[in-house]
Design a protein around this ligand. Structure first.
Ligand code: ATP
Length: 343
């Protein structure tokens, strides 16, 4: 029997509805299988800022530090003060965002199965912006060989274990950002030499964003820098039917945080209208990560069970409103639960 301590950030907007859905599934896995969870809720985000004067108070950080993984709902205006801080604090260097076609969802192609591996610690996200003079701002974009190599290695390892096309494309803009993206590209090229069975290519970010629309099924693993990865992964999510289906993982050497790609979606908050698939598929990624780390076969199977339940519901046209269905967040979650445990 395996037992894991998970920290859970409810977040803002649709965050609490999303995490309630994930919690139902995690609690059911705990009740009915050999993989057990203790879930510790964490105060973070806009609501925490209003209540405690800090979007990520020290006591919240302590709860996260004492957990084995964190599952996070989207945070609103204070997102940068939560997620960017956590990514840096736990050195969560790889932002992994799969985009996959699921049955019966309006998508640009029915055969997309790709993942964006985004460098998560550098680029413009360090927030170093300065006034050069009163009317001019300079923003620093950081690129190091170490971070480039680490993310390239991660991407090639991911491509090696995916049972798909075995391709890595490095996306950059080295024709303009000659030094910074030049370094990123040359490191990717070097790492590629160690993986002769993986097909390696490069695309400028403008061409990549166009090809994602033109022939998205051609992509397997995209490895890219932080800002380009942020933009391309939202685009990829839209290509396969929208943000409601988009999970993400922030992976470090010892810790990982899982969250939907989307933001707090205040326009539909409190209406029981959000698609919980994004956080349920993020939960699947968490189970996968824990399973690999702890050789926990049951955790892996439960993760597969979540994805299979979602696929089979979609195949039958049982969908939430964002993807053309009628079901509410809670109705869809209940059906996932029934499908997983056949009751
Ligand atoms: P951020 O800037 O924080 O990334 P945003 O305002 O750009 O957020 P999101 O909150 O990510 O945008 O979502 C954009 C729109 O997509 C929302 O307004 C909402 O209508 C829709 N959306 C996002 N997530 C979901 C979901 N899980 N279910 C249904 N619709 C969603």
């Amino acid at each position: 029997m395996a037992r894991y301590v998970i920290s859970l950030i409810g977040g803002d907007g649709i965050g609490p509805e999303q995490t309630a859905a994930a919690r139902k599934i995690i609690d059911a896995i705990s009740d009915k299988t050999s993989t057990k969870f203790t879930i510790n809720e964490v105060d973070a985000g806009d609501a925490a800022l209003a209540k405690h004067g800090k979007a990520l108070p020290e006591f919240s950080i302590d709860v996260i530090k004492n957990s084995q993984a964190c599952l996070k709902g989207p945070v609103g205006e204070s997102a940068a003060d939560v997620i960017i801080v956590l990514r840096r604090m736990f050195d969560l260097y790889a932002n992994v965002r799969p985009a996959k076609s699921y049955p019966n969802i309006p998508a640009l192609s029915p055969d997309v199965d790709m993942v964006t591996v985004r460098e998560n610690t550098e680029d413009v996200y360090l927030g170093w912006e300065f006034n050069a003079d009163p009317n001019t701002i300079v923003a620093l974009r950081i690129t190091s060989e170490k971070a480039s190599r680490r993310i390239a290695e991660y991407a090639f390892r991911a491509a090696s274990i995916r049972d798909s096309k075995r391709k890595v494309v490095a996306v950059h803009k080295a024709n303009v950002l000659r030094k910074s993206d030049g370094l990123f590209a040359s490191v990717c090229r070097e790492v590629a030499k160690k993986y002769p069975k993986i097909h390696y290519s490069e695309l400028y970010v403008d061409a990549a964003s166009m090809n994602l629309i033109r022939n998205p099924e051609e992509f397997d693993v995209i490895v890219t820098t932080n800002l380009f990865g942020d933009i391309l992964s939202d685009e990829a999510a839209q290509v396969v039917g929208g943000l409601g289906m988009g999970p993400a993982a922030n992976i470090g050497e010892r810790f990982a945080l899982f969250e939907p790609v989307h933001g707090a979606a205040f326009d539909i908050a409190g209406k029981n209208a959000a698609n919980p698939s994004s956080i349920l598929l993020s939960t699947k990624m968490m189970l996968d990560w824990l399973a690999d780390k702890h050789e926990d076969r049951n955790a892996k199977e439960q993760g597969i069970g979540i994805e299979e339940a979602i696929s089979s519901l979609l195949r039958q046209g049982k969908k939430t409103k964002d993807i053309g269905g009628k079901l509410s967040t809670t109705e869809f979650t209940e059906l996932v639960l029934k499908r997983m445990f056949s009751y």
